[in-house]
Every structure is written in structure tokens, then in C-alpha cells.
Design a protein around this ligand. Structure first.
Ligand code: SF4
Length: 347
């Protein structure tokens, strides 16, 4: 039938486009995307891309989401800071946010009048879930007058209790620029220690008071693993995220945010890298730098991977209540101040 023949040609064209983007990318099971994989994915990417246009929707995806989402249908993909900056400029009526719950909340705080939908529903995060707004209130009582910095990986309610929201791309600079010698930083205990160490290294030591937990993906790496990588792959560049343990950061060639690591790899003339972070970032780099090799092990965030092409399509067509981000006006107003303060202090 002519219709079927036309659709088949469209699918093949889409599969070809996807293979161009995904052919050099390793899946979480260690295998590369194949041409038949791309043909299987094509009906979903075609449908999502068509429906999002019809609905005047934009898809924002965190770098840790599945490659077929971040590369196949997202209008913009990046780290937490880049996504919040992008969320400020959104013109479309609807935001589909492929990430975890606190990130979709951030998009809602910045766009209260727009519909914000997260395909993965209430996907958690071991950091964002490590502290409550009441615990932050108690810290403020215990340390009156000490500014509260909250890592962007925190709930909207925690942001509402904080003075400045920060991300891994700006936390060191903002903490350094603040005039106070004591700062509260929640909810990443490891990043708090890395922040304290970095401020000493910069010659501006400060006391960092912290509470919360850690990221289960980044906490798993060890200094021993770095030594082993260097022994097995002489000349390898080892990069890590500041959510890693301080003794891991101490032995890596570069410590920085997702964006920082992407820029480091792009400007490096080296060909062999190990990135002690989430696998999704490695996928982005494999797609952008087919001439460079990235060595396992990579961590995989199960929360991020709860976003799929299938639930993105379903969320576009018939979102369920658990996928819609709803926040009170009070929380939005208060939390927005901490995010706007971040943009101010980053300029
Ligand atoms: S990688 Fe870690 S910090 Fe990021 S969403 Fe997953 S658990 Fe949270």
C-alpha cells in the first residue's frame, strides 16, 4: 500500500539519522547501538518529535538520560546549570523534562505558568532525598546569619529555605566570592568536603557546615580504582565529578562539572579517558568525539534511566497526575529567589 511504503521509507530515513547520532555510542549493557536497534527506536522518535511540535512542547533532557532520548528527541541536553539557564528562556507552552524530580521542579519554579511534565514521574535522587526543608530550618537556627547554599540536587522546599542555589559548575566560584568565612552547604557531604579543600587550595579557606548524604553513583569510585586504571592504561586521563570522594578527587587529572568534563575532553589532544561519573555523559562524548576512547567503569543512575522514549511519548499524549509538577506559590516564590541569586552570583 502507498501509505505503508511511505511510512517504511520514513522509518528507514529516521533510523539512518539515529544511527549517525548513536552508532558510536555504548549502551549501559556495554554494547554499541546497531542499525537494527535504531530501526526499532525510530517509530518512537518519529512520533515524539511530531507530537511535541503539534503540542508546542519542548523536551529538555539531562546528560545522564538514555542516549536515544537525549540525542534522538531532546531539543536541549545538558547539566543541571545549563538546563536551568535554558528553562528560563523557554517559549513553548509545555516542558517535557527528562531527568529526575528535583530538576523538573526547578523548571517549574522558573516557569510557573507552564505545564511541566516528567516522563519518569517522581524519580528520586539519593542527594535530593537526603535532606528535608525542616532539617535546613534547624541548621539555620543552629547557625544564625550563616548563608545557606543548597546544591541544585535538592527539593524545591529545600531551595525555598536556602539563600543561594549552586551547581557543580559554579559552587567553587560562588563560595569563594561570598564575603562570609562560614557557609552552610547542603545536601552533599562529599562535595562539601571537596569545596572546603578547593577553597584552601585557592587561598580562601572557609568553614563549610554540611548535612545530607551523597550520590550513590559517584560515591562508588575509589582511589584504588584510579591507580588500577593508570596501571592498566598508561597515559590515560582520569576525570571525576566533585560528588566523588575527596581522596578520589585528589588523584584525578581533572575534577569538575559535567560541562567542565565535556570541555576538558574537547580541548584535550589525548585519546584515552576514564570518566568517573554517570554513563550518560560518556555517551554524549562518544557521539561527539568518535576518535576518542572511553574506558569502563561507568556508573549508571537508575533514577535517570526511568525516562524512556515510551514514557516520553505517553507523557506527551496523556500525562498522568504523578508526571505533572505542581508546586505551591509560596515555595515557587521562595525557591526562585535562591535560583535567581545563583544566576546573579554566577555573572
Ligand atoms: S546521578 Fe546521583 S546526583 Fe545525579 S540524579 Fe542520580 S543519584 Fe542523584
Amino acid at each position: 500500500m502507498p501509505f505503508q511504503a511511505g511510512y517504511k521509507a520514513l522509518l528507514e530515513q529516521e533510523a539512518h539519522r539515529l544511527y549517525g547520532l548513536l552508532g558510536s555510542v555504548t549502551r549501559d549493557n556495554g554494547e554499541k547501538y546497531t542499525a537494527p536497534d535504531c530501526l526499532q527506536i525510530a517509530p518512537y522518535t518519529l512520533a515524539v518529535n511530531q507530537i511535541k511540535k503539534e503540542q508546542n512542547a519542548i523536551i529538555l533532557a539531562h546528560s545522564y538520560t538514555l542516549p536515544e532520548l537525549a540525542l534522538g528527541v531532546a531539543d536541549f541536553s545538558g547539566d543541571s546549570y545549563a538546563l536551568s539557564a535554558k528553562a528560563q528562556e523557554v517559549k513553548e507552552e509545555k516542558i517535557i523534562f527528562a531527568g529526575v524530580w528535583f530538576m523538573a521542579e526547578t523548571a517549574k519554579i522558573l516557569n510557573p505558568a507552564k505545564e511541566v511534565i516528567i516522563p519518569a514521574g517522581k524519580a528520586g535522587c539519593t542527594l535530593a532525598d537526603a535532606i528535608t526543608a525542616d532539617e535546613v530550618k534547624n541548621l539555620k537556627k543552629q547557625y544564625p546569619g550563616v548563608p545557606v547554599l543548597c546544591y541544585i540536587n535538592s527539593s524545591a522546599a529545600v531551595k525555598a529555605q536556602s539563600d543561594i542555589c549552586v551547581t557543580s559548575s559554579n559552587v567553587f566560584d560562588i563560595a569563594q566570592r561570598l564575603p562570609e568565612k562560614e557557609l552552610i552547604f547542603v545536601p552533599d557531604l562529599l562535595m562539601a568536603k571537596n569545596l572546603e579543600n578547593e577553597l584552601v587550595r585557592r587561598g580562601t579557606p572557609k568553614k563549610i557546615i554540611s548535612a545530607g548524604g551523597s550520590c550513590y553513583v559517584h560515591k562508588q569510585y575509589s582511589a584504588h580504582q584510579v591507580a588500577d586504571l593508570r596501571r592498566r592504561y598508561p597515559g590515560i586521563e582520569v576525570l571525576c565529578h566533585p560528588e566523588c570522594l575527596p581522596d578520589v578527587c585528589a588523584v584525578c587529572d581533572y575534577v569538575g562539572s559535567t560541562k567542565g568534563m565535556q570541555e576538558y575532553v574537547a580541548r584535550s589532544d589525548k585519546k584515552l579517558f576514564a570518566l568517573l561519573t554517570e554513563h550518560g555523559l560518556v555517551n554524549r562524548l562518544e557521539s561527539a568525539h568518535a576518535d576518542k576512547t572511553f574506558i569502563w567503569p561507568f556508573g549508571v543512575c537508575d533514577y535517570m534511566k526511568q525516562n524512556t522514549l515510551q514514557n516520553t511519548l505517553q507523557a506527551l499524549v496523556a500525562p498522568m497526575p504523578a508526571q505533572k509538577v505542581i508546586l505551591s506559590e509560596d515555595v515557587i516564590t521562595q525557591a526562585k529567589k535562591s535560583i535567581q541569586n545563583m544566576f546573579e552570583w554566577t555573572r
